[in-house]
Design a protein around this ligand. Structure first.
Ligand SMILES: *Cc1c(COP(=O)(O)O)cnc(C)c1O
Length: 399
């Protein structure tokens, strides 16, 4: 063979860096194509047990490393990464549900997950039902032989009711024990709020734990990712194969951002927890406030369950305002805040707020309040500055 052209030599370069490089940050490996040494390896290599690499979508050292760390964070054994929290939700739904089966959602479920159920899943012949998450007997009454998947959320989206998770998972276990079907009901928790830090989902009887890594594990408000963690090899395999067939993958640079966030996740969780409790308690004493919803506050729905089952709380609290304030006044209050910015998501560095009309997002239960609700997500600013911002906004609202 003649000496190859420069373009060829730049690509097929003989240099291999020495083995044994170790650094604090895991390497960022990028690939669609993975190179095999021979045809035998190309035919036989398996990615499903992480014993080898076959294609970028099936995992790289970077994504395998992140999966192992997220499994550890959740106290589980197996992890699959998805490109967003919402895609992790739809992945779980598609992995476990067949036409004619039923999925039950808590009435305070995360809205976009509910939208996927109501549009795609219903259209594909899956039955969608709702249960009252604060009433295990209500869940028991809604389980049928067709039920396949029960979603749990602790606490509920926006309104932050903390359910009795062991009682809810026990209801499902009893139902399964009384069924002859070979497809038992699976419980899946949206564990974005607890993040694996407030409690271990698997200790509370949950089969599958899904998380929006977009929130705490990232912490930067700059990346979207989701995870699905299990302790059960058979459940994991079902999720993994569906994930592969759907072609879901995460980019190396995104995995890098989450790996960069993870070392500080415990510290951030703790700091934001403390700041949030201080602000939530202070809000309770303010004029025009009817109730502050936060699982660690006495009187907040499910406080006793939170106290029994959790050791920490996330950066969210919601405030129910007096009904004398019109929706436009609630909007103006949110606009008047300067440190609390308007936007979705949470657990990032910047504090956020957004007004909600709760009854409009309920499918089953009646929301007991008539006044407006604002949800706050506390970032990493000084608590004193955040309190001053809330105080100036409240003074304009009540004046
Ligand atoms: C943000 C969030 C999700 C979805 O995560 P994305 O990455 O934004 O798709 C799911 N569940 C909960 C509880 C969330 O807060």
């Amino acid at each position: 063979m003649p000496t190859p052209d420069l373009s060829t030599r730049l690509l097929h370069h003989p240099y291999r860096p020495p083995e044994g490089f170790e650094a604090v940050a895991p390497g960022v490996h990028k690939a669609s194509t993975v190179i095999f040494p021979d045809v035998q390896a190309l035919r036989s290599r398996d990615w499903k047990d992480k014993s080898g690499y076959t294609y970028g979508l099936h995992g790289t050292p970077t994504t395998f490393t992140l999966e192992e760390r997220i499994a550890t964070l959740e106290g589980g054994r197996f992890c699959v990464l998805a490109p967003s929290g919402l895609s992790a939700i739809s992945l779980v739904d598609m992995a476990f549900l067949r036409q004619g089966e039923q999925m039950l959602l808590p009435d305070n479920a995360y809205g976009p997950g509910k939208a996927f159920a109501e549009a795609e899943l219903r259209q594909w012949g899956v039955q969608i039902g709702y249960y009252d998450p604060m009433d295990p007997a209500d869940l028991a009454s809604r389980l049928t032989p067709a039920t396949r998947l029960v979603w749990l959320e602790a606490p509920g989206s926006i309104t932050l009711e903390f359910p009795d998770l062991p009682a809810l998972t026990e209801v499902v276990r009893c139902h399964n024990a009384g069924q002859v079907a070979d497809r038992p009901v699976i419980t899946v928790l949206d564990n974005t709020w607890g993040a694996g830090l407030a409690f271990c989902a698997f200790d509370l009887g949950v089969d599958v734990s899904m998380q929006a890594l977009t929130k705490y594990p990232s912490g930067g408000a700059d990346v979207l990712m989701g995870s699905v963690v299990t302790c059960d090899p058979a459940l994991h395999r079902q999720v993994l194969l569906c994930h592969m067939r759907l072609g879901l993958g995460v980019a190396a640079n995104d995995a890098e951002l989450v790996l960069r966030g993870l070392p500080t996740v415990t510290l951030r969780y703790q700091a934001q927890d403390q700041a949030t409790r201080e602000l939530a308690q202070w809000m309770q004493t303010q004029e025009g406030v009817v109730q502050v919803l936060h699982p660690a506050l006495r009187g907040s729905p499910g406080h006793a369950f939170w106290k029994r089952d959790a050791r920490a709380a996330a950066c969210l609290f919601s405030v129910v305002f007096d009904e004398r304030f019109a929706p436009a006044q609630m909007d103006a209050f949110c606009d008047s805040l300067s440190l609390f910015q308007l936007g979705w998501s949470w657990a990032g560095p910047i504090s956020l707020c957004a007004p909600y009309d709760v009854q409009s997002i309920r499918s089953l239960t009646t929301w007991p309040h008539r006044g407006g609700l604002v949800r706050f997500a506390v970032g990493l600013e000084s608590v004193e500055d955040l309190r001053a911002d809330l105080a100036q906004g409240l003074s304009k609202l009540v004046s």
